[in-house]
Structure formats: C-alpha cells, structure tokens
Design a protein around this ligand. Structure first.
Ligand SMILES: [Zn+2]
Length: 334
C-alpha cells in the first residue's frame, strides 16, 4: 500500500472532470487526516487496494514546503512518485517552524523543494544543513535572474514570485530539471507533463490579462494585508500596497494604517483585500476607517482548501484575479 502515491494521484486527478476533481481533492485532504492519525473515507479504499495486492512502492519521495510547489511537482512527477508537503491551506510560510513530524519527513525525502528567497524564513538553517549532508534541497526560485526579481529591504528579494505566472514557469522549469536529475530515465515523461502544465500557465496568464482589462488602469489599486502581490501588480498593471510590509512577522503600525486610509480616500479606492494566511485586524481597521469595501480573502502565500476553487495553483491565481477585478469594478462597470 502506498498512501503517498495515492495522494500524488489525487493531486493529478484534480485537473480532470469537475466531479472527479472534487472526489480526488477530498481524497487528498482525507489522506492528510489519515496520516495525522484520524479516520478518513480513503482508508477503506487504501485497505482494499492493499488486500488486492497493493500499489508498487513510489520510485522516490518529494517533499515540498508549500502546496503551490507540491501541486506543480505532482503534475510533472506523475503517479509513480510520492509527493508530500509541509504547509497546508492557510498556513503562513514566513512564520512556519517545522514540527517533529516534519523533521521525519525532511529526513526521509529524496528531493526537497522549497520556494527560497527567504520565504520560509524560519527554515533557512534546516535547508542549509540538508544541503551540507549532500542531499537534494532545491529552491525552486533559484534560476530566476536577479534582474527579474524585485528588491526588498536588507538586500533581500521579494519571495512572492508565484503571483506572476511567467515567473512561476521558471520555477516549474527548475522543478523539471531537478526531477530529471533525480530520475534521468523518466526525463521524456517529465518533459511531456511539464510542457502541458507550462501551456496551462500561458493560458492562465492570458486569462488574467483579459480579466484585468475589464477595469481601467487608474482603478488598479491592490491594497492587501501584507506585501505579497508586487509581482502580480507588475505583471498586470496594479499599484500594490501591503499594510504590514513584506513579511507577516511584524504587525502593521498605526502610521501604516493611517497612510493606507489616506491613500484609499485620495484615490477613491472601492475595495481592499484580506488574505487567508494573515491575521485581519489591521486590514479590518483600514476598511472601517476608510469606508472601502472589504473584498473576498485573497490566497497570497498558501492554496485554499478543498472546494475553495483555489486548491490548485491555477485555481488560486484565477480566484484572486476574479476577486480583485470584481471587487474593484465600480457599480456602473458591474
Ligand atoms: Zn508573504
């Protein structure tokens, strides 16, 4: 029995028919509960498979930090590879600290994929020590040229590159290269699956451009809880303000709140957006003091849960784009 290859298969199935997607997605999260010691509808299925002779063991194990990475890795890797992740829906990667169970997963994984650029700010030492052991721990953002990255304080770069599908494509290419290095015999299958996924990302980019064109450039203000959307803003022509700055570690100060309120009033910005993985006290206060509508939660640093429409990377970016465009339209444009 291989629960993990089931979870990979479930991720892959997310892209098939909507009914199949829902069933498969439920299976993924049920498996998490099962692995955490709970009961799930998938356990009987897994036992049935075991009784019938079981699935073959996975060829190797990938451990991703975020679900965005796990989603892409599963698309490339196919059903023979186990894909797990550390940070589920709504989890803040800036503050995430590995648990004892995570350390076991980190020890047993053959390939570790993380975002890098200090997104996983509390795990930098962990990745360095894994790399020192000669094991494969790859920052999926490593091949993006500095010239395409946005600078940030302390000589760092903004880590939220996945919000621009074109930069995410470069991360996918790095994942592809890593998987080929791990299993060269499967190179052609990996390339074929990656090509299909990369084509979907081009379609996603076109979708975003088309939807954003529905609002005039002067209305393209994206005010959110923290600074996750600068790459999105650069790609689609938004001015972006994150009330808490780039990391969620520091809380928004009073000045940041009053500055945001002034900005909203000056530019008559109709809506601002909380995020699923960030506390909402500051943005609620800004909405209250400015009179702006509080739009739907955006998926900034984590995918959404099953049924959210944002339980895949593509779904995440589509959901965010729909929320932002619909939220910023004036009543006469709706
Ligand atoms: Zn962030």
């Amino acid at each position: 029995m291989s629960l993990h290859s089931n979870s990979t298969r479930a991720l892959l199935n997310l892209r098939r028919t909507s009914t199949a997607s829902r069933t498969a997605a439920l299976c993924v999260w049920s498996l998490i509960l099962l692995l955490a010691g709970g009961l799930s509808g998938c356990s009987s299925n897994a036992k049935t498979e075991e009784a019938a002779g079981g699935k073959s063991a996975p060829k190797y194990k990938i451990l991703a930090t975020t679900l965005m990475i796990a989603d892409a890795a599963a698309r490339i890797a196919g059903e023979d590879v186990q894909v797990e992740w550390l940070m589920g829906p709504g989890v803040d990667p800036h503050l995430y600290q590995p648990t004892a169970k995570d350390r076991i997963k980190l020890q047993s994984a053959d390939v570790i994929l993380y975002q890098g650029l200090h997104l996983e700010g509390k795990m930098v030492d962990t990745f360095e020590s894994i790399a020192k052991q000669g094991r494969t721990a790859v920052a999926v953002s490593r091949d993006i040229p500095d010239s395409e990255l946005l600078s940030w304080e302390g000589g760092l770069h903004d880590p939220h590159v996945w919000h621009d599908p074109k930069l995410w494509k470069q991360c996918v290419q790095t994942m592809l290269d890593t998987l080929i290095a791990q299993d060269p015999e499967s190179a052609s299958a990996y390339r074929e699956r990656a090509a299909a996924y990369l084509a979907e990302l081009d379609e996603l980019d076109a979708f975003c451009k088309q939807r954003v064109a529905e609002i005039p450039p002067e209305q393209r203000w994206l005010i959110t809880s923290h600074d996750a959307f600068h790459y999105y803003g650069r790609a689609y022509g938004f001015q972006v303000v994150g009330i808490q700055g780039i990391s969620t570690e520091s809380e928004a100060g009073l000045k940041a709140i009053t500055d945001a309120v002034d900005l909203i009033k000056t530019h008559k910005i109709g809506a601002i957006f909380p995020e699923t993985s960030v506390p909402q006290a500051a943005i609620n206060r800004v909405a209250q003091d400015s009179g702006a509508q509080l739009g739907p939660e955006l998926y900034s640093d984590a995918l959404g849960g099953v049924g959210s429409g944002a339980d895949t990377y593509v779904g995440m970016i589509q959901a965010n784009t729909n929320s932002v465009v619909d939220g910023l339209k004036t009543p006469s444009e709706k």
